[in-house]
Ligand binder design. Structure first.
Ligand code: H2B
Length: 100
């Protein structure tokens, strides 16, 4: 069992993960990404899938053509944990941030 994030760690979230928002009604973080087309979106998802396996931590996510929505929460903790922060940072490191 992994512990949920404490209040101090939660207060840091907007600073260390400014692109991620808290989800209403759930203890989870969400980020939306947009790409040139489906192929670029799927390529990104493939890279995130490999990251998720490496972290042994898996997103709840969806794809609609060129858009990808990623929701992170830790099922084993019943909410946000350090694992979500670590995976979000790893995703940020490979996410293209050029506005389309
Ligand atoms: N992903 C997420 N998001 N939350 C978890 O609690 C979780 C996971 N647990 N991926 C992992 C896998 C666990 O089930 C395995 C056995 O390590």
């Amino acid at each position: 069992m992994i512990r949920p994030l404490d209040a101090a760690a939660r207060a840091e979230l907007p600073h260390i993960l400014p692109q991620w928002q808290m989800v209403e009604g759930r203890d989870a973080l969400r980020c939306r990404f947009r790409f040139a087309d489906f192929s670029a979106a799927w390529g990104f998802m493939s890279r995130v899938a490999l990251l998720a396996e490496k972290h042994d931590h898996h997103p709840e996510w969806s794809n609609v053509w060129n858009r990808v929505e990623i929701l992170l929460t830790t099922h084993d903790a019943g909410g946000l944990s350090e694992r979500d922060v670590a995976l979000a940072q790893a995703i940020d490191a490979i996410a293209p941030r050029t506005p389309l």
